[in-house]
Design a protein around this ligand. Structure first.
Ligand code: HEC
Ligand code: HEC
Length: 290
């Protein structure tokens, strides 16, 4: 009787811990945040305006290529990485893939007002200005033309690594991506990015292990949801491009994952076979005893 009572007490305490305390602690340590929004409905986007590619080409060449290269269209970098990092705080990305990796409404909103679209307005108060000028003074039609042009020159397909390079590498290195040649270091030298961002963006080689994939998606889509006041801008990637970035982080940081997952079913088959033999052996033993 006494044992039964002790058992009952233990069971009750365990259940209280499991359903009462654990979910509470979890909700405190990992507050719920909304799922990523890949339509970027909060931004001042295209509002359905259709762009004209030819006019967009003229506008982009006149307004953007002084800072941004578009290598695929024959517009090289005007300054090398070190000089443009010194001038702007960060190396401006090549725009060859912008029309593919960024959501079109986000891209339009970013061109109009970079700080607002990427949710870093809090960093640019007291006379500090975003290194990229806003083009909000242009006609909505002209903004749509530039977006249409950027979409027209974007490659059809990109590797996961290429998306990472265009979207993240100006700020973040991912060193394990290329240990031998060191090509996956961040493009912007540490001193420049530190004074621009206020802190050094971490190397992303191992983040797939320390953060869940859902956290990474939520964070890239809107960093402010997890780290309020953070210096990292929102990167308005399409869902497809964001999946490619996270997959690349997985390939680099956790390359054994597919192998590990493939092992699961094999282990289960082994267990089943083992169980059959154990059962056969047990029956034999008992047969001899009777
Ligand atoms: C004076 C230099 C300058 C000019 C001119 C300029 N940009 Fe930028 N642009 C930057 C810098 C610097 C960044 C990186 C800012 C950052 O990461 O905080 C940037 C970032 C971007 C991004 C990345 C957006 C993101 O969310 O990561 C896009 C797209 C872009 N610019 C498009 C354009 C277009 C289109 C034009 C012309 C209409 C243009 N830029 C003109 C300096 C410039
Ligand atoms: C303009 C610079 C910039 C760009 C572009 C950028 N980041 Fe960041 N990122 C930062 C900074 C700065 C931090 C540190 C933020 C902090 O600790 O407040 C950061 C932090 C992070 C973190 C750590 C979050 C955490 O929980 O500690 C991850 C993960 C991350 N970035 C992923 C990305 C990915 C993926 C991309 C490309 C899609 C990207 N970042 C693009 C500047 C950038």
């Amino acid at each position: 009787m006494k044992e039964l009572k002790i058992l009952a007490v233990v069971v009750v305490l365990t259940l209280i811990t499991y359903w009462g305390v654990e979910p509470f602690a979890h909700s405190q340590m990992h507050p719920h945040v909304d799922a990523p929004d890949y339509t970027f409905k909060d931004v001042d986007g295209l509002k359905g305006t259709q762009g004209n590619v030819e006019n967009g080409a003229t506008l982009v060449q006149a307004n953007c290529t002084a800072c941004h290269s578009i290598e695929s269209q024959g517009f090289p970098q005007i300054m090398d990485d070190a000089s443009s990092a010194a001038a702007y705080g960060v190396v401006p990305p090549d725009l060859g893939s912008a029309g593919k990796i960024y959501n079109a409404d986000y891209l339009a909103a970013f061109i109009k007002d970079p700080a607002a679209a990427s949710k870093v307005g809090h960093k640019f108060e007291d006379g500090r200005v975003h290194p990229m000028p806003g083009y909000g003074w242009m006609e909505a039609q002209e903004i749509a033309d530039m977006v249409a042009y950027l979409q027209s020159i974007a490659p059809e397909t990109m590797s996961n690594k290429e998306v990472f390079t265009d979207a993240c590498q100006r700020c973040h290195g991912i060193k394990y991506g290329d240990m031998q040649n060191g090509t996956m270091a961040a493009f912007t030298p540490v001193e420049n990015i530190k004074s621009y961002m206020g802190k050094i963006p971490p190397d992303l080689s191992q983040y797939i292990r320390s953060r869940s994939t859902s956290y990474l998606h939520e964070f890239i889509n809107d960093p402010q949801k997890h780290l309020e006041g953070t210096a990292m801008p929102r990167v308005g990637l399409t869902q497809e491009a964001e999946n490619q970035v996270v997959t690349y982080m997985q390939e680099v940081g956790d390359s054994k994952k597919p192998e590990r997952e493939a092992l699961g079913p094999k282990f289960l088959i082994y267990l089943v076979i083992f169980a059959i033999f154990a059962w056969l052996w047990k029956s034999k033993q008992w047969r001899d005893m009777h």
